[in-house]
Structure formats: structure tokens, C-alpha cells
Ligand binder design. Structure first.
Ligand SMILES: *[C@@H]1O[C@H](CO)[C@@H](O)[C@H](O)[C@H]1NC(C)=O
Ligand SMILES: *[C@@H]1O[C@H](CO)[C@@H](O)[C@H](O)[C@H]1NC(C)=O
Ligand SMILES: *[C@@H]1O[C@H](CO)[C@@H](O)[C@H](O)[C@H]1NC(C)=O
Length: 589
């Protein structure tokens, strides 16, 4: 806080002045309170669309509690996720870096971690902002979803676990909600993945068969050890494929408290209640602060498990019910802050990991989110609907109330913002892609620091945004776009997710260019005839891409085939493997 107060006077806007005045006019005890490190509560929704919230223009889904954050704080309208799916977006959020820098994005067409017992995950040498907050004296907690890996080499090394990445406390799902977590739902693992696992199984079985035959007939001198290893590898592909028909629930859908598995498989119907209770209890335990709490909702990802009180209450079916339940949970947590007189000393932030999932449908029922006027959705990296998400900051007494900021900002900005507020320093040995948002939120600067943003789909650069500071224009060039199926439907309904590469995408040369400031829905691409700056803009963007590429280096791929595949020796398991089953939450009603 202190360094914020002594910024050079010419940066001070009226809000800054008022703020300083406010601090100076406080009695000494209060001054101490105000200038100490704020508590931080982050609400991270899963798959929520920007068009699902009242404060972003929805007039039928009721989200009064989230809307309250907008009313009492700052609303960002161009808040951008670094990736359009969970694992890479969350990695970027926690590291402040494009996921391609940590190896946390697609390689081999796996875009998120598929198994809790895979060896991929957030690398131990990445420094999350949480780790820095902890070093600065914060008590840190994660309640809810992780989805950034657990183990590397054995069942108990926990190399990717939240507790290894700066969290003092973890309660929730180390994996993610999946259709398979609910008994009544069909398995969700996408068909191409399943098909590929089966093809690999067959290929390896054939190889093992050939090798055994060659060995027995003394044609080739291969050792049994090698044959056995290959067979074991093939076996894990087989299990991966086999598990996608029902075992997933036991192996992926579990509940953990720190390193301990408390429920396997998880009883999804009880999850919301348990998460809420844990979040409230964390705040109450740590009210003397400073604390950091990340409430990483299982909402509003399918299977949309919703408690009875909310079923049938919204006007948008099961999806709307689930959004309204999440809003209610936000309200309960905000009440806890109010009751503990913590509201003024707590910076509260609400966002979603990426856009709503258009293709999540069952019959006529829409089970995924709504991205408002923006084109596309989850899994699409270039189109705004996949990456433009809500961004709300409230810090009563410190930030302006009811302010709206249209400047481009990123979820990766949370990293430097919080590190700054906590009085820490950014790691100097790596690129951090986010910027400290405080000056923009306070109003002491008018423009965000982001000049270029790179919109990756896995390893593939799909689009680039250029925030041209002198004119205020926001240009976006698309190099690659997914091919919608059926044509004109606005999504990839035949495969559930749009791909990043291969036959399902179209390459554009010259790129499709839009001016988001005039055409936020990306409806009409510009051409040299309609836009005199067409070539100039594209040239500048190309240069920026080249410059950006020079900052990238090779890193181990966390989502490689080797890391993604199910490995029995990494399976978190309570009980005796493979009979993993326990329920320590039973008495915890
Ligand atoms: C509000 O959200 C629902 C649920 O996602 C959606 O179906 C509806 O179109 C949205 N309404 C508006 C006005 O954006
Ligand atoms: C919190 O801040 C608001 C706005 O500045 C102020 O009106 C209120 O009195 C403060 N509450 C406490 C408990 O300090
Ligand atoms: C982490 O380790 C990997 C593998 O050694 C290396 O490529 C990467 O650059 C390291 N990352 C950081 C942030 O130091």
C-alpha cells in the first residue's frame, strides 16, 4: 500500500486525491488498518458466460449478489482469459503467464488434463502469485476446483498439488466436474479422445504380440523387460479407454482436504454445501488476516449439480438454476465478510475461467452459458465469446463504486496486482504477461498497459488483439478460425468442442481483421477497401507476433501423450488399489 500512496503527484487523479485525503483524515488507528495489506477473496466461476450476469446485461437470470460487486466496485468490460478451456486458463491465471510458457497448453490435441492419475500438471518451478502472497504473510486457501495435476512419479509425491503451489489449505476437487461424476449422466470424455486411446491400445497390443513372437522364435533379441514395459504402457491405454465407461467417477471425481482423500467417489449432490461451509469457515478462522481465499466454483460446469432449493426456480432451466445457486453462494460469502466487518479491508474479485459452453446441450435444453453479443464460446480461442469474461473488483472505501472500464485487461493481471498489494516483488527470471491493474482501477491512468494480446488455441496462435493506444482502437486479427458445424450454427455441435488445428479449422491469409471498438460482435471483417489502415494494422500485428515469439522457449509439455495417460501408480486412492473407495465426510452433515 505505501508505495501506492507516494506515486508522483502528476499521476494523481481526483480519485487518487480523494483516496489520499481519506487516508490522511483517518484517526491513526484506522490509518494503520487502511494501509495494511488487504485480504483477498477471489470467486472463479467455471464455464460461466459473460452474458449470464445481470450486471452484464442479462435481465432474466437473477444474480443480485454478483451484481452487487459491480455496483459497489469496478466492472471491466474487456476482461480476457488467456485460454478458452480450464487447465491452460487456470495455469495462466495463477502464474501470470501465457500457458504456452509453462507447457500447460495442448500438445497432441489434449487440451485439458484428462486423468487425475496423469503425470502432467502445473510445474513445481512455476511461481504462483499465491506463493508470493504466502511469503508476504498471507494465510492462503483454495476451496473448490483445481484441475492442474496432482502427482509426478508416485501416488504420494503431490508435486502439482495446491499445497505445493502456495496454498496453506485446500478443500475440494483436485480434478474437475465431468459428466461422469454424476451416476445418472453418460460419460463425457470426448469421442475423439476415446477413439484415439483405443487405437493406441490396439497398436501397442500388436507391437507386443510381434515382439513376443520375434523373441520366442529368436528372430530379434529383445529383452523381456522391454516387452513388459511396452505391454504395461499399452495396458494403461487400455484402462484409460475402458475407464471412460464408468470408472472415471471413482478415479477422477474425488474430494480432498489438503493431502487427504475424504471422499472417493465424490457425492456431487453434497458438494455445494460442503464448499460453502468450508469457504465461510476459512474466512472466520482467518479474520485477523491478512488472508487470501480462492473460491474456485464447481458451478456452472456440467453436470450442473444443483441443490433442491434452486431446482426449477430460474427461467432458464437447469443451467439458470445452477447460475442462481452460485450467485446465492457468493452472497453467503459476502455476508460473512460483512458480518466479520471485513468488507472494507477485503479486495473481492469475481471472474470466470473462460466463456460459456455453447455446445453443452441435451435435446433442446441449453446446459452451457451465454456469451451475450460475442461470437463463439468455450474452446474457441480467437472469438470473443470464448475468452471475454466478467471481471469485477470491489474494495469498499478504496476503489471507486459503480465505475465501468472498457480497456483491455487480462486474468493474468491479477498476478502482478496482488503481488503489488501484498508488498512482494515479481519473479525476475521469467516473463510475466500480466500488468498491475491498480492504477487503472483507481483511475490514476486512463489506459491499460496491454498493447498486444495473443489468443492461443493450445500451441496454435489463433488471433491477436492490438490495443492501439493513440487512437484507442482495438483491432483483432484472426489467423485461424474453427469451422462451425453445422455451417452457420456458431459452434461445433457435431464434436461438442471446436478444435485448434487440423481439418476442423480454416487458415486466413491475409488474416480476418476486425475493429472491436466498432464491431464487438466480430460480424463484418474489414478489407483494404473498407479500412484504409488494413495493411498497416496487419503489418504492425505481424511484427508484434514475431517479437512475442522471440520470448518463447522450449519447455516440457505437461499435456503430452506421456503425461496425459492414466498411470495406475499415480492414482490417488483411499483404500487398497484398485478398490479405491472411502467416505470420511459421512458424519460431516
Ligand atoms: C440470460 O442468460 C440466459 C442463460 O444463459 C440466456 O439464455 C439468455 O439469453 C440471457 N439473456 C440475455 C438478455 O442476455
Ligand atoms: C467502509 O467504507 C465505507 C465507504 O468508504 C464507509 O462508509 C464505511 O463507514 C466503512 N466501514 C467501516 C466499518 O469502516
Ligand atoms: C522449469 O523447468 C523446465 C525444465 O527444466 C524449464 O524448461 C523451464 O524453463 C523452467 N521454468 C522456469 C520458470 O524456470
Amino acid at each position: 500500500m505505501k508505495e501506492v500512496m507516494v506515486r508522483p503527484t502528476h499521476y494523481w487523479s481526483s480519485a487518487g486525491m480523494l483516496l489520499a485525503l481519506y487516508v490522511l483524515l483517518q484517526p491513526p488507528e484506522l490509518q494503520g488498518l487502511v494501509s495494511s495489506k488487504p485480504n483477498v477473496v477471489i470467486f472463479l466461476a467455471d464455464d460461466l458466460g459473460i452474458g449470464d450476469l445481470g450486471c452484464y446485461g442479462n435481465n432474466t437470470v437473477r444474480t443480485p449478489n454478483i451484481d452487487r460487486l459491480a455496483k459497489e466496485g469496478v466492472k471491466l468490460t474487456q476482461h480476457i482469459a488467456a485460454a478458452p478451456v480450464c487447465t491452460p486458463s487456470r495455469a495462466a491465471f495463477l502464474t501470470g503467464r501465457y500457458p504456452i510458457r509453462s507447457g500447460m497448453d495442448e500438445s497432441n490435441s489434449y487440451r485439458v488434463l484428462q486423468w487425475l492419475a496423469g503425470s502432467g500438471g502445473l510445474p513445481p518451478n512455476e511461481t504462483t502469485f499465491v506463493k508470493i502472497l504466502k511469503e508476504q504473510g498471507y494465510t492462503t486457501g483454495l476451496i473448490g476446483k483445481w484441475h492442474l495435476g496432482v502427482n509426478c512419479e508416485n501416488r504420494n509425491d503431490h508435486c502439482h498439488h495446491p499445497l505445493q503451489h502456495g496454498f496453506d489449505y485446500f478443500y475440494g476437487m483436485p480434478f474437475s466436474m465431468f459428466g461422469d461424476c454424476q451416476i445418472t449422466e453418460p460419460p463425457e470424455q470426448d469421442l475423439p479422445t476415446r477413439y484415439k486411446l483405443w487405437s493406441f491400445t490396439k497398436l501397442i497390443a500388436l507391437a507386443v504380440f510381434t515382439l513376443v513372437a520375434a523373441r520366442l522364435t529368436h528372430l530379434v533379441p529383445v529383452s523381456w523387460k522391454i516387452i513388459f514395459s511396452i505391454a504395461l504402457f499399452g495396458f494403461s491405454f487400455f484402462i484409460s479407454w475402458f475407464s471412460s465407461f464408468g470408472f472415471i467417477r471413482f478415479w477422477n471425481c474425488i474430494l480432498m482436504k489438503n493431502y487427504e482423500i475424504t471422499q472417493q467417489p465424490m457425492k456431487v449432490e453434497r458438494a455445494a454445501t460442503l464448499m460453502l461451509r468450508e469457504a465461510i469457515s476459512f474466512i472466520e478462522r482467518n479474520k485477523h488476516g491478512p488472508f487470501f481465499l480462492l473460491v474456485s466454483f464447481l458451478h456452472v460446469h456440467t453436470p450442473l449439480v444443483t441443490t433442491e432449493n434452486f431446482i426449477g426456480k430460474s427461467s432458464h432451466g437447469l443451467y439458470g438454476d445452477n447460475v442462481e445457486e452460485m450467485d446465492w453462494m457468493v452472497g453467503k460469502i459476502l455476508d460473512t465478510l460483512d458480518n466479520g466487518h471485513l468488507t472494507n479491508s477485503t479486495l473481492t474479485y469475481f471472474t470466470s475461467d473462460h466463456g460459456g459452453h455453447l455446445e453443452a446441450r441435451k435435446g433442446n435444453a441449453q446446459l452451457g452459458g451465454w456469451n451475450g453479443i460475442y461470437k463463439g464460446g468455450k474452446a474457441m480461442a480467437g472469438w470473443e465469446g470464448g475468452i471475454r469474461v466478467p471481471g469485477l473488483f470491489r474494495w469498499t472505501g478504496m476503489l471507486p463504486e459503480g465505475k465501468i472500464i472498457d480497456e483491455p485487461t487480462s486474468l493474468m493481471d491479477i498476478y502482478p496486482t496482488l503481488v503489488h498489494l501484498a508488498g512482494g516483488t515479481l519473479p525476475q527470471d521469467r516473463v510475466i504477461d500480466g500488468w498491475n491493474l491498480m492504477p487503472l482501477l483507481w483511475g490514476s491512468v486512463q489506459h491499460s498497459e496491454h498493447e498486444f494480446m495473443f489468443h492461443y488455441c493450445g500451441m496454435h496462435l489463433h488471433a491477436v488483439r492490438w490495443h492501439q493506444k493513440d487512437s484507442g482502437n482495438v483491432w483483432k486479427a484472426h489467423y485461424v478460425t474453427p469451422i462451425f458445424k453445422p455451417e452457420g450454427s456458431g459452434g461445433c455441435y457435431e464434436t461438442r468442442f471446436c478444435p485448434c488445428s487440423g481439418e476442423g479449422v480454416r487458415h486466413h491469409d491475409p488474416p480476418l481483421l476486425f475493429d472491436l471498438s466498432r464491431d464487438p460482435s466480430e460480424a463484418t471483417p474489414l478489407s483494404p477497401d473498407t479500412e484504409p489502415l488494413f495493411h498497416t494494422v496487419l503489418k504492425r500485428i505481424d511484427e508484434a507476433v514475431e517479437e512475442h515469439r522471440r520470448t518463447l522457449g522450449p519447455v516440457p509439455q505437461q499435456l503430452s501423450l506421456y503425461n496425459i495417460v492414466w498411470k495406475p501408480w499415480l492414482q490417488p486412492c483411499c483404500g487398497t488399489f484398485p478398490f479405491c473407495r472411502c467416505d470420511k465426510e459421512k458424519d460431516n452433515m
